[in-house]
Design a protein around this ligand. Structure first.
Ligand SMILES: Nc1ncnc2c1ncn2[C@@H]1O[C@H](COP(=O)(O)OP(=O)(O)OP(=O)(O)O)[C@@H](O)[C@H]1O
Length: 461
């Protein structure tokens, strides 16, 4: 072998292998004599090739450390080295070559980066990309977090206390959860709180509303797609919500609106614990807790052939029922107070609810639940002329419903009903006017003397 490196055959081999490569390469014999160098290396050194071959490496390049490498018989990998003739600092490999018996045959040299500035540039570019990536990851983490905790679920009524107790129980068990309840009762809030109470709280929480995504996009939203899997697919493909939620929780809101064929795909994901992107060949394992919510009657949907029973049984392991607001009217005053406080913070306008107005709100049966209550309170706060929101600021439908519910079963004649309404309105106006008769008369839009007469008549003095 020692002979072979010095043979013409070896030099011919080097010419064939390295002459046309754009990589800077040379070979030395065991004494440090350069036996081969390709032209790109000689050009880099700015020394004619014929003045290099056959000379000791330090004669060609006085700063060379190759003699030390040969002496130490140990490779120097990715070393910084200055080539004075080129006027450049480069990164080089110096590798000793050994024969079968372990004897030193020579050395192989290679310039990895011709200029250290190049790598510094590459490192800077990499650092910038890394910084950008971290920024996007942070942004993504901010989007994919559960915003609400159990403390945000207001109310102390027995109905909501039962719900919160069940929530706490479910949070400790890492199984899928189905949340059900009417629209606007706070199912999404419960899902957030459930994630925040669970052991996955520092992992992503990714929500998707199955009814808000067009049917043909739902699969790619959930599972992602590979590049070129359909016309209009983005370069590099797209990551799906399940993958985004890996390690954490996915919240599938309005699960009752998931198309039937997608229900089968979801069931497969729950069973196999892996997802396959659209256009992808290999499944990826995922560890995601699934929380679903619906206001629909899933057993009825199963009967009608609209929801898969196998998926239902898979999802229905742990359930939380969120009660409608009409079953927890004790909580209304607290909710109103908190909504008015947040309105104050947002708008700078201080408002409080008068007692008669609050009484009506408490009696109303709120088909739109807390969402409706929140909207109504905010609207009344905006429209009120004074800091106190009065009965006059109530939406007509709520006021009418309040009177209707009072008189529907009362078995009273029209005159009695009218008198009762009149008496109640006068009492409310007096309450709100803090017994200031002129103000109360103005509120009722009647002369003061009429108010006095009616107060006497209804014994409201
Ligand atoms: N217990 C609660 N305390 C405070 N705010 C609540 C409570 N429950 C619900 N809300 C508020 O009511 C609104 C509706 O809640 P949410 O969206 O969670 O209801 P939902 O049951 O998921 O409705 P849908 O079925 O229409 O999706 C939100 O603004 C939410 O912040």
């Amino acid at each position: 072998m020692s002979n072979f490196m010095k043979t013409r055959k070896f030099i011919e081999f080097c010419h064939g292998a390295f002459d046309n490569l754009p990589i800077l390469v040379d070979f030395l014999d065991a004494d440090g004599k350069i036996i081969y160098m390709n032209k790109v290396f000689a050009d880099f050194l700015r020394i004619p090739l014929e003045d290099i071959i056959g000379r000791i490496v330090t004669d060609v390049n006085p700063t060379s450390k190759f003699m030390e490498t040969l002496k130490a018989q140990k490779a120097d990998i990715a070393m910084r080295h200055t080539f004075p003739s080129a006027g450049k600092e480069a990164i080089v490999h110096r590798i000793p070559i050994f024969g079968n018996d372990g004897e030193l045959l020579g050395g192989f040299g290679m310039v990895v980066f011709e200029q250290v500035d190049q790598i510094i540039g590459i490192i800077k570019q990499y650092e910038n990309l890394d910084r950008e990536l971290r920024m996007y990851k942070n942004e993504l983490a901010k989007i994919n977090t559960a915003k609400y905790s159990i403390q945000d679920i207001l109310g102390d009524s027995p109905a909501i206390a039962r719900c919160k107790k069940q929530l706490q129980k479910c949070s400790g068990i890492s199984l899928n959860v189905l949340i059900f309840g009417e629209s606007g009762v706070g199912k999404e809030l419960v899902a957030h709180a459930l994630h925040n109470l669970s052991s996955r709280h520092d992992q992503p929480f990714v929500g998707i509303n199955c009814s808000a995504i067009p049917e043909h996009l739902l699969e790619s939203e959930l599972f992602g797609y590979e590049e070129g899997s359909f016309t209009g697919a983005k370069r590099g493909g797209n990551i799906g919500k399940f993958e985004l939620a890996d390690g954490g929780t996915i919240f599938l809101d309005e699960i009752g609106d998931m198309p039937y064929y997608m229900q089968a795909k979801l069931l497969r994901v729950l069973q196999e614990k892996e997802i396959t992107k659209i256009g992808g060949k290999n499944p990826t394992a995922i560890d995601v807790r699934v929380i679903c919510a619906t206001h629909k009657d899933l057993p009825l949907m199963i009967k009608n052939g609209e929801f898969r029973d196998d998926l239902y049984y898979r999802l229905n392991v742990l359930t939380i029922e969120v009660p409608p607001l009409r079953e927890r009217s004790e909580d209304i005053s607290q909710l109103v107070r908190v909504f008015l406080d947040s309105f104050w913070k947002e708008s700078g306008l201080f408002r409080k609810m008068s007692k008669p107005a609050m009484d009506v709100l408490r009696k109303y049966d709120w088909p739109g639940n807390i969402r409706e209550l929140k909207n109504v309170v905010h609207k009344m706060a905006v429209n009120a002329d004074d800091t106190e929101i009065t009965i006059n600021d109530l939406p007509k439908n709520i006021l009418n419903a309040s009177f209707e519910s009072d008189f529907r079963f009362a078995n009273m004649g029209l005159n009695d009903v009218l008198r009762s309404i009149e008496k109640r309105m006068i009492r409310a106006a007096l309450d709100e006017a803090k017994l200031n008769k002129s103000l109360a008369a103005a509120k009722l839009d009647i002369p003061r003397v009429t108010l006095y007469r009616k107060m006497k008549e209804y014994k409201l003095e």
